[in-house]
Every structure is written in structure tokens, then in C-alpha cells.
Design a protein around this ligand. Structure first.
Ligand code: ATP
Ligand code: MG
Length: 212
């Protein structure tokens, strides 16, 4: 049995065509089903539906053989025990620093001021500001980061941005790119060794579908 860990929403939707290229079709839609384990047309393949940030953990411990996770999530997780053979080029967005439009980020940085940064991505943010030599106090949040600068919790946020509509609606502006984000295939290293005859053709089919 091969178990593939996916999160609901954009990753599931954008992974469907890749699964199809490998001859895998889910028997149910996770948006309407309450099941967390979904069968597929292939008796030897099942899907599990987990929180996006939990995908690397399931694969790391071998509870799933394969998963799809954003680079944002993988960087926070650290990638221990994960083989990352393929950038799937899906769920693309950018990790950005954003501030209230009346906050002069460049001056604050130039003056060497300590900047308060709220984010779900504490490790990513710490690494980013350390590499730039910017002093920050990091505040961990679990969602709705855009609110933090509006109510004085922080000067800045580090968050994912795609269209920028959410930032704009909250009077925030992106001032710096941290990294480009897309989703990667992650594979449990032991699974790859033990089940290579099943997993390798899947990886090849995914790779072919990404290029095509
Ligand atoms: P939850 O919403 O359950 O707290 P999450 O925000 O991590 O979890 P999603 O919003 O479904 O889950 O995002 C899943 C992945 O999709 C992210 O880890 C990221 O890689 C990517 N992603 C997030 N936001 C965007 C976006 N606006 N555009 C494109 N890709 C995105
Ligand atoms: Mg989300």
C-alpha cells in the first residue's frame, strides 16, 4: 500500500492532474467527504487528508510514503528524514515582509531599530532577518497575520502573498521578498528503498506531468 498525504484546498486541487498522470484517481472529494482516508481507483494507493503544515511530519515518520508540501511549510519543518526529489511548480506564491502603508520600513532598517514582526513562519523570518542583519522581535501567530500591524501588535508581518488583495484590503504594503514559494514532492527515505518498484514510476509520472 502506498499512502499519499495531501492538504485540502489548493494543494489537493493542483495535485489532482499530477495524480491522474500517474493513473491515480481519488474515489471521493475531500471538500464534501468527511473522511480523512480516501480510496483511489488503485487498490494499492490511498490518500490521507492532513493539515498543510502536518504533511512533512506524516511523511517523516513513514505514516505516509509520499506527500505534497509548500516550501514555506518545509522550511519551517526543517525537512529531516525527507527526500525532496521534485518541485511540482504548483501553489505558487511569495513569502513577503509587509508593513502598514504609513510605516517607513527602510528607515527603520537603516536606523538599526528593533522591528516587531508577527508571523506564523518564525524560523523562516528569523533566518531572513538574521541574514540581512536586521534586529527583530518575533511574535508567533497562527493565522490572520494581516491584523497584527493594524492593532499595534507588530510593525511588520512575514506572510505568503499571491495577488496582494488581502494586504491591500488591510492597508498593508509588501516591502521585501523573503522567497519564492511552490510545492514540492516529499518522500519517506525508507519507503523509497522498500517500495521503489511502486514509488519510482509514480515519481517519474509526476516529473513528466510537471514538465508537460
Ligand atoms: P490553514 O489554512 O489550514 O491554516 P495553511 O494556510 O497552511 O493552513 P493553505 O492555505 O491551504 O493552508 O495553504 C497550503 C499551502 O499552499 C501553503 O503551505 C503554501 O505553500 C500554499 N499557499 C498558501 N497561500 C497561497 C496563496 N495565496 N497562493 C498560492 N499558494 C498558497
Ligand atoms: Mg490558509
Amino acid at each position: 500500500m502506498i499512502t499519499i498525504a495531501l492538504s485540502k484546498g489548493r494543494i489537493f486541487e493542483e495535485t489532482l492532474p499530477l495524480l491522474e498522470a500517474a493513473g491515480i484517481k481519488p474515489l471521493e472529494d475531500p471538500e464534501t467527504s468527511r473522511k480523512l482516508i480516501l480510496g483511489t481507483n488503485r487498490a494499492d494507493v490511498r490518500l490521507i487528508i492532513v493539515r498543510a503544515s502536518d504533511v512533512p511530519t506524516y511523511v517523516q515518520y513513514g505514516a505516509a510514503d509520499i506527500g505534497v508540501a509548500g516550501k514555506d511549510v518545509l522550511n519551517e519543518h526543517g525537512g529531516d528524514g525527507l527526500y525532496q526529489p521534485l518541485d511540482l511548480n504548483i501553489a505558487k506564491c511569495r513569502m513577503m515582509v509587509a508593513v502598514r502603508s504609513d510605516f517607513d520600513y527602510e528607515s527603520a532598517v537603516k536606523q538599526g531599530a528593533r522591528i516587531r514582526v508577527a508571523t506564523k513562519y518564525v524560523k523562516t523570518a528569523r533566518e531572513h532577518f538574521a541574514s540581512k542583519g536586521v534586529h527583530v522581535d518575533l511574535i508567533k501567530l497562527y493565522g490572520s497575520m494581516e491584523l497584527a500591524p493594524l492593532v499595534g501588535l507588530s510593525d511588520a508581518i512575514v506572510d505568503l502573498v499571491s495577488s496582494g488583495a488581502t494586504l491591500k484590503a488591510n492597508n498593508l504594503v509588501a516591502v521585501e521578498e523573503v522567497s519564492q514559494i511552490s510545492s514540492r514532492l516529499v518522500v519517506n527515505q525508507a519507503s523509497l528503498k522498500l517500495k521503489r518498484s511502486t514509488i519510482q514510476p509514480m515519481l517519474d509520472a509526476f516529473a513528466g506531468a510537471v514538465k508537460g
